[in-house]
Design a protein around this ligand. Structure first.
Ligand code: MG
Ligand code: MG
Length: 274
């Protein structure tokens, strides 16, 4: 592992393999939550399910104890954007739930999030989730060796802007990831392309668009964690950890490495088995 300019950590192939192991635990945990969640469960129920699964894989839930965070998942409902604390809140039919998960395998991190509808959600909520997830993939698809970090940012914003009237959060951003969960560089979800550190092999980034049906202004609740929209509008959040190899992109937190979705977008897949 080396450090390039601006503190960007460059991983060896062996370290990327460990990040893939962590990423698979994260991806599997999110799949478990997706298949288990029902109206009537509490966010605490989901958190316990996730923590047991992560530890059973020999991994460590990276959120637990992070700056004192009490959960293994961040679970954010409706107007909560990110960093919701699991607890006694009962999930209701029609809720929109952001599930953010991090895991550590032998000191290497994975970080990913999905937003799920509980039971039947309305058309506007469905569309919000679709646009947010697709904007994440548009961002990943824009990342090429020799490009710059904000090529991703620009692609995310352009996708969202061309698909409706949504707020693209500016106060919270994606990040470098590796031997820590949060490292340089920042990966904003808006702004011009062609800026920031160069995209090189061994770089790993967590890309995480957060969009709302209204304002981009947010506040943090009195629990010091939960970020909510000022205007009460619905929020969605999707995230993947990925890297670039000489062959293309490898989405470390996607169960298939991103192969299927990248193929749909006509982007080379850079992981094993390509
Ligand atoms: Mg995350
Ligand atoms: Mg993250």
């Amino acid at each position: 592992m080396g450090l390039r300019g601006r503190g960007v950590e460059i991983k060896t192939p062996e370290q990327i393999e460990l990040m893939r192991s962590a990423g698979l635990v994260v991806g599997e945990t999110l799949a478990l939550v997706r298949s288990s969640v029902r109206a009537g469960m509490t966010t605490g129920d989901l958190d316990r399910l996730a923590e047991v699964y992560i530890r059973d894989q020999g991994a460590v839930p990276s959120f637990k104890g992070y700056h004192g965070f009490p959960g293994s998942l961040c679970l954010s409902v409706n107007d909560e954007v990110v960093h919701g604390i699991p607890g006694g809140r009962v999930l209701l039919d029609g809720d929109v739930l952001s599930v953010d998960c991090g895991a550590i395998v032998q000191d290497w991190h994975g970080d990913a999030a999905v937003t799920l509808g509980i039971g039947e959600i309305n058309v506007d909520a469905t569309r919000l989730l679709e646009v947010c997830e697709a904007s994440l993939w548009a961002g990943l698809a824009a990342a090429r060796l020799g490009g710059r970090v904000t090529d991703i940012s620009h692609a995310i914003e352009a996708y969202v802007r061309s698909h409706g009237e949504y707020g693209v959060l500016e106060d919270y951003v994606g990040h470098g990831i590796g031997s820590s969960m949060h490292m340089p560089p920042n990966v904003p979800n808006h702004g011009p392309a062609g800026k920031g550190p160069k995209l090189v092999p061994g770089l790993a980034l967590a890309v995480e668009p957060m969009i709302t049906t209204g304002s981009i202004d947010t506040q943090v609740l009195e629990d010091d964690w939960t970020v909510v929209t000022d205007d009460g509008s619905l929020a969605a959040h999707f995230e993947h950890t990925f890297t670039l190899t000489e062959r293309g992109a490898w989405v470390l937190t996607a169960l298939d490495g991103g192969q299927a979705r990248l193929a749909e977008l006509g982007v080379p897949y850079g992981g094993p088995g390509a």
